[in-house]
Design a protein around this ligand. Sequence first.
Ligand SMILES: [Mg+2]
Length: 236
Amino acid sequence: MKAQGPKAIVFTDWDGTVTLQDSNDYMTDTLGFGLKKRKDVAQLMLNEKLSFRDGFREMLQSITDNHHSLEDCIEVLLKNIHIDPGFKSFLEWCRSNNIPLYVISSGMKPIINALLKNYMGEKDESYISIIANDAKTDPNDKYKWEIVYRDETPFGHDKSRSINKILSCYKESKPMVFYCGDGISDLSASKCCDVLFARSGENLVTYCNRQNIPYEEFSTFNDIKKKISETMEELN
Ligand SMILES: [Mg+2]
């Protein structure tokens, strides 16, 4: 008998989607060069005068320039970054329905891991696969650390490339693909999915409207759970 693949698969952005605040912006504003300079850098990236890869590296460099180790950053983030109130029950629901859940992020793995561990508990945390950039710390100087990008693209991590690679493993019985996001980095990923969820009131909604990309708006992961569950029932 052939093994039955999952009927659905969920990919989600991390910052501003699973978390309510963007952890990298928060670190830059409070420990790095601050809100004003960050907005200037963001504007350059938006106008394509600066790649995401270089802009993001500049933001993180300003944190190390101010002598904050990665552990310092994680400590601050654990106190100040909140997770979507529906995410934990969404994750449990995915697990009980055999729906794989992937975090696809431009952020850094050690930070995502620390936040997940803190909010979810080990059993839930281990259900999620994290595809993100990494970080490297100088073993002799904890204040010297930097991001390690996943690929050579101007994004540092091309989300659509990661998603397509995962989807190629499910060729036999293609599952329904859902993607959840909030910002511009989620646009490329939106092309790989059947249903795109965009966080209400955030940039992704604006971009989708501008480019006529269909999407479902969500306020919490409870909305996402409801919509996926309805969609799956219709398919049965
Ligand atoms: Mg985001």
